[in-house]
Write a protein that binds this ligand. Structure first.
Ligand code: NI
Length: 183
């Protein structure tokens, strides 16, 4: 496996809608997925989408929880919100180093995807996993989290990000901003 260079905001590949992948993945696509896992772990991050390593293809790697368990490789993922509830939470992005933002996301989603062999996978996600999935699938559609902000003041440098926690209160008193999760 090889570490890949991470594209940062401004690089046009991040604004492009990525192309669906053919299943099962061929050798080059499997190498891409393996390299994405290694690149995400090295960063470190909790999710990574192929456009972030200059590959305009619909594959993401995601951590289902904060405990660094085995990352999942999801090919051609599709999300559908479950209910109307939206949560505001702190996000970072490996393609936007040194910034964090308060981003609204669906609280619960149903996800569908395939593994690299072409086996269908699906499930429901909430909390951390739901947020990471939405962040990564946005990357496949050329969307970066600053495009989702409710207010430009919900963006801060990492050094000043503690001020964002105070801004959470008006949105939701019991919201746990959690740790920095860059993806
Ligand atoms: Ni990201």
């Amino acid at each position: 496996m090889t570490l890949r260079k991470i594209a940062v905001m401004g690089q046009p590949v991040l604004w492009r809608r990525a192309a669906p992948m053919t299943l099962p993945l061929d050798d080059a696509a499997r190498r891409l997925a393996d390299d994405m896992v290694e690149t995400m772990r090295d960063a470190p991050g909790v999710g990574l989408a192929a456009p972030q390593v200059y590959a305009s293809a619909r594959v993401i790697v995601v951590q289902p929880s904060r405990d660094r368990d085995a990352p999942m490789v999801l090919v051609n993922p599709v999300l559908e919100p479950l209910g109307d509830a939206v949560e505001i939470g702190l996000e970072g992005c490996l393609s936007i180093p040194d910034w964090q933002g308060l981003v609204p996301r669906w609280a619960r989603v149903r996800w569908r995807a395939h593994d690299p062999d072409g086996t269908p996978l699906d499930g429901e996600a909430d909390g951390f996993f739901a947020r990471v999935l939405q962040h990564e699938v946005d990357h496949l559609d050329g969307v970066l989290y600053p495009m989702r902000l409710r207010d430009p003041r919900d963006l801060a440098t990492t050094r000043e990000a503690h001020h964002l926690v105070a801004r959470l209160d008006p949105y939701r008193a019991d919201n746990d901003p959690g740790e920095d999760h860059r993806s």
